[in-house]
Design a protein around this ligand. Structure first.
Ligand SMILES: Cc1cc2nc3c(=O)[nH]c(=O)nc-3n(C[C@H](O)[C@H](O)[C@H](O)COP(=O)(O)O)c2cc1C
Length: 379
């Protein structure tokens, strides 16, 4: 096999190995996908200042996110149906993150349940909450996350209704996949995936099936979302969450300065500047493009993280230089997982780590805490 040197290599391999419906589910944005693509382009557009003849020995990219030590400022973002990208995907990704010293965030819409991931890891992970119409069920999710020793709750605010992703509809996305002729033909070419899936029992939405009365089949994510996610979710809901969650709280999905100001006043520990990886409001600004305004508005009040479009350690460097205190990656590790399971997630993290470290050095810096806008070409 060719040497894997960048996230794009993992993406290509994942595309070959994962059934089309799940690969497409990851590699897509909503409607015209303009925000999806612009997220990546925004990082590409940013140029860096090259500095030379500085002693760049003994570099460190270690820091903290919400008070937690991290080997680099990168957390694994919550990704629905991770366990369909590779059998037992959430457990494998959480283990890879734990070994690497970065936080793992388990989505509400995972295949492996909160309890299952906790049973197969030893350091606390973070849990991402989607607030459901059935607030009792959301409360029970928070209780289960506390019982599983989750150290932070990531409350997602940008998905009260689902942004349409054309390919998911055309592919008939479901978990587990329905055996249509097109799916069966596709599976013939994905023997490794099929074999691994046959070895596991984890093929449903583990946090939900068996925990909500009357829910035996919720295979269609889109239908479930439409019927169960709470469209009335508003800023007062953050107070409601805080009544049930007394540990660290991160508000995810802020992509506007006014919203950032409101969010910063709610007593959370961090916000994630995010447009959900271009999967929700198509036409929204790239997260990296709104980041400087949000940093300037509330950066002295609350810790700011960013995601959407990060495909390299260089992108992490740019985000940190722009004023973020941490980043999340979604597709970058999901491609690793789909390509090579746990080893692939580790590979993705290694790639990011090296790129960030070398970029920092070539920018003339030795400590990630010293990185700033002086490292960027700002016009
Ligand atoms: C396939 C996929 C599924 C996702 N599922 C969730 C989810 O369940 N909960 C959530 O808060 N965000 C979800 N997201 C958004 C990610 O947490 C993150 O914001 C996004 O992936 C960042 O963009 P990037 O993929 O370009 O790094 C998902 C993203 C992808 C690609």
């Amino acid at each position: 096999m060719e040497a894997i040197t960048c996230i794009e290599d993992l993406q290509r391999l994942a595309k070959r190995r994962i059934p089309k419906m799940f690969y497409d589910y990851a590699d897509t944005g909503s409607w015209t996908q303009s925000t999806y693509h612009d997220n990546e382009n925004a990082f590409q557009r940013q140029k860096l200042r090259q500095r030379v003849a500085k002693n760049i020995d003994n570099r460190s990219i270690k820091t903290q996110m919400i008070g937690q030590d991290v080997s680099m400022p990168v957390a694994l973002a919550p990704v629905g149906m991770t366990g369909m990208m590779h059998a037992d995907g959430e457990i494998l990704a959480a283990q890879a993150a734990e070994n690497f010293g970065v936080p793992y965030t388990l989505t509400t819409m995972s295949v492996c349940s909160i309890e299952d991931v906790a049973a197969h890891t030893s350091s606390p992970f973070w849990f991402q909450l989607y607030v459901m119409r059935d607030r009792g069920f959301s409360e029970s999710l928070m209780k289960r996350a506390k019982d599983a020793d989750c150290s932070a709750l990531v409350l997602t605010l940008d998905l009260q209704v689902l942004g349409q992703r054309h390919r998911d509809i055309k592919n008939g996305l479901s978990t587990p996949p329905k055996p249509t002729p097109a799916v069966l033909i596709d599976l013939l070419f994905k023997p490794r995936w099929c074999w691994q899936m046959l070895q596991t029992k984890r093929r449903d939405f583990g946090n939900i099936v068996g925990h909500v009365q009357g829910v035996a089949d919720m295979s269609s994510l889109a239908e479930w979302t439409a019927s169960q996610f709470d469209p009335t979710l508003d800023w007062s809901s953050v107070d409601w969450v805080k009544k049930h969650w007394d540990r660290k709280l991160i508000l995810k999905g802020i992509n506007d300065v006014e919203d950032a100001k409101i969010a910063a006043g709610l007593g959370a520990d961090a916000i994630v500047v995010s447009n959900h990886g271009g999967r929700q409001l198509d036409g929204a600004l790239a997260s990296y493009d709104i980041l400087p305004d949000i940093v300037d508005a509330v950066g002295d009040q609350i810790e700011i993280h960013v995601d959407s479009g990060i495909r390299s350690g260089q992108d992490v460097f740019k985000a940190m230089a722009m004023g973020a205190k941490g980043t999340f990656i979604g597709r970058s590790y999901i491609y690793g997982l789909g390509a090579m399971g746990k080893a692939g997630v580790t590979k993705a993290l290694e790639i990011m780590h090296k790129e960030l470290d070398v970029t920092m050095g070539l920018s003339g810096e030795t400590d990630i805490h010293d990185v700033g806008r002086h490292n960027l070409i700002l016009k």
